[in-house]
Design a protein around this ligand. Structure first.
Ligand SMILES: [Zn+2]
Ligand SMILES: [Zn+2]
Length: 200
């Protein structure tokens, strides 16, 4: 039920929603995985902490499988928009009116006209997604670092932030993994104050 008396005193909450492949689900259940881009519950916890450190309340939703209809057999990738649509339905059941959904997946995503996409967000909207599939690295710390930066980047977009010119800022537009690795993993002073205002 929607409570029409929700006022500005209601804290904004990020619903962190792992929507994963079958292999990704096994990894979250504690089984080892040969896929280095499948994340563990500990790595998911690191994302929760990073989002909290950015000043947001977080609720971790139970992990679910990606909708099979979003899978493209020929490309061996999942299409982004149907996944976001499925997530939006989830939000209408699980969330409050101010809540925002940050999806996290191990699947490689694409959208029409793109080879792949590492993440997508509605600017100032309700739903964003981050894919870990291209962050793979033999170095686990590096993998998690990339994941956290991309999550904070899409979170920033969800809260209305646009790209930033500061190469150290997580809101800088990374055009490659190397770009992402250069970023410090935090919001610059300017973006941080914009974020503070958005969280009000
Ligand atoms: Zn961006
Ligand atoms: Zn910035």
């Amino acid at each position: 039920m929607v409570n029409v008396f929700h006022g500005p005193s209601v804290a904004l909450k990020i619903l962190l929603y792992p929507m994963v492949t079958a292999a990704g689900l096994k990894r979250l259940q504690g089984q080892p995985s040969r896929f280095s881009f499948a994340f563990s519950t500990e790595e998911l916890d690191a994302v929760v902490k990073a989002v909290q450190a950015a000043g947001c309340g977080v609720e971790l939703l139970p992990a679910e499988l990606l909708p099979q209809a979003s899978y493209h057999e020929g490309r061996r990738q999942y299409r982004c928009l149907p996944v976001l649509d499925a997530a939006r339905k989830k939000l209408s059941h699980a969330g409050g009116i101010r809540d925002k959904l940050l999806l996290l997946t191990d699947a490689d995503l694409y959208e029409v006209g793109m080879n792949f996409t590492g993440g997508m967000a509605e600017l100032g909207g309700h739903v964003a997604i981050v894919s870990a599939a291209r962050f793979q690295s033999g170095d686990r710390e590096k993998f998690v670092g990339r994941l956290l930066k991309e999550c904070l980047h899409e979170l920033g977009h969800l809260l209305g932030l646009e790209h930033c010119r500061d190469r150290d800022c997580v809101m800088f537009l990374s055009r490659s993994i190397a770009d992402s690795d250069i970023k410090a993993g935090n919001f610059c002073g300017k973006c941080r104050s914009l974020l503070g205002r958005a969280l009000g």
